[in-house]
Design a protein around this ligand. Sequence first.
Ligand code: ARG
Length: 659
Amino acid sequence: MNILAELKNRFRDVLAEVSGETDVQNLLDMIKPAQDARFGDYQANCAMPLGKRLGKPPREVAEEISNKVRLDDLCSQTDIAGPGFINLTIDDRWITSQVNTARKESRLGVAVNANPQTFILDYSSPNVAKPMHVGHIRSTVIGDSLARTLRFLGHQVIADNHLGDWGTQFGMIIYGYKHFVNAEAYQQHEVRELSRLYRLVNQLIDYWKSKGGVAAQQEEIARRETVVSELETVEPSGDKKEDKKHRKALGRARDQLTQACQVLESLKAKIQTVENDEVLLQQAQAHPEIARNALLETAQLHEGDATNRQLWEEFLPKCREDIQRVYARLSVEFDVEYGESFYHEMLPGVVSGLQEAGLASESEGAQCVFLDDFETPMIVQKSDGAFLYATTDLATIEYRMQQWQADEILYVVDHRQSEHFQKLFAVANAWNAPQVQMHHISFGTVLDESGRPYKTRSGDAVGLEGLLDEAVNKAYEVVSANDDSKPNGSELSEEMRRHIADVVGHGAIKYADLSHNRTSDYVFSYDKMMALEGNTATYMQYSYARVQSIFRKGDVDLDALRQSESAILLGHAAERALAMMILRYSEALEQVVEDYRPNQLTNYLFDLAKRFSSFFEQCPVLKSEDEAIKQSRLKLCDLTGRVIAHGLDLLGIGVVDQM
Ligand code: ARG
């Protein structure tokens, strides 16, 4: 049962009657959990705006609403406070009965959605020709937890890993393979050699690009210097406002100059790294056209060139296997993994379809869709005949609609692609998918402690597997230190420590990511994510293990406890507060899917764990005053543990019985 939804149901008609409006959603949105327990459990704040609209004192409106709404069975108290807040206190008997029902259900009181939808979730979707790095973690874990949550709520979910298996990266490794492969290394470990080739080709392309960019950047700096020196010669006018404006402009111009110098420095650094290395320099000089030629390799692959096609067929399964290992470690699964190559044959049809619909037209030799709200068109075919990322995405939508009749498609992709998706949705809605709702589930960047995108010292983005290994190693230290410091000596075998470190390490990485509002950047810190106190997976796993340790200590037969009919009693305020939070699980899950934000669930779990901790401090369990209370508290502990484990599972995170 979702209490908030139930309250809204009961207010809906009354609000319509009092306001005289048919759509009262904006008023219903003002019914919320109370921030402070002194104001009850929930608060309805709709009387204030309504009073204004009706020209009546809000308190009077609040009285009218509260007299009309039927809450006798649900609320023990409705108070009108301040200018017209309606404070609602849920009836203890009602909480007791709900919590006793939830205890008996595997769904823990969460109802199945009465109007299930079909969702396609497009997440992870790495370009497989290069190793996965820290940036991929976000799409993978956010997508996975949304898929799990939507499924649990009763929706049909198709998890689609839209692999980049057909783009320019393949041209790059094909070029690298043809010119630079170390046969022995390739034989020993294909993927490692391919990723070396990818990095090498990338570096050489960058070298030539940087060399070509230096002169232009120097001109840019000269221009910026002129602007700065001109601004510097301006004498103060004496007018405060004018002078402030001038100082600001000068500051801005200096910043821009600094930035331009930094860009030049980074170009020079890229050039230097190559020129300091004799072998690299030779390779670079032997391949001055590498950028163009790598693109040509991609074009030839797309045109069906036999050699390139054969190389692609050789590389692809190996790259996929490599990525699969990461998914296995993260317990992430997909229903389909067609990848971009699957849609290749459909691309000419997309362009002709768009032309027939009058949407695509030729511009400078390319096929473009011009859109009202955008400065630049969406290009669907270049003048050389090549199709683009967007063309494939349109074909993918076509396929998804035919295959699954999707109601919603969610793309979990980083914020830099937001313009691509805005255009894509506009074109698809105008063309082949007018009905479907599409959302870009955008997310920010993973940063290091100095606020720059997270990278290793050598400058490569951290490989994802290395990152996971490091997390597990750190978790092992945390787990061992915790175990070593137990008052009666350590309890865990080496094997158990390793297993726990595995669950804790992977959990910490996922939770750290999911607990941040997805649209913000976040700072990656092993220490923070594995803290035993605070909003971390470790704390949540620890709370779960604490419950299990109570059962061990009290020699509790868990099956018998769950079978037993005696009810949970809520005599103590901390018990009531804990039970209330347990009942809000369903609300938290609805919030997750409302705006696709898993941090709503981590916030909830953190609140739940805090209430559990305060219950545990105030209410003895094994030593409670009588047997009925002891049984009741054990049940409350069990239910809390189950909700924590269930919530963590929806985040893709495991639990252990002992830590
Ligand atoms: N492979 C792309 C990248 O790494 C992400 C694909 C996202 N999904 C999509 N349907 N465009 O940037």
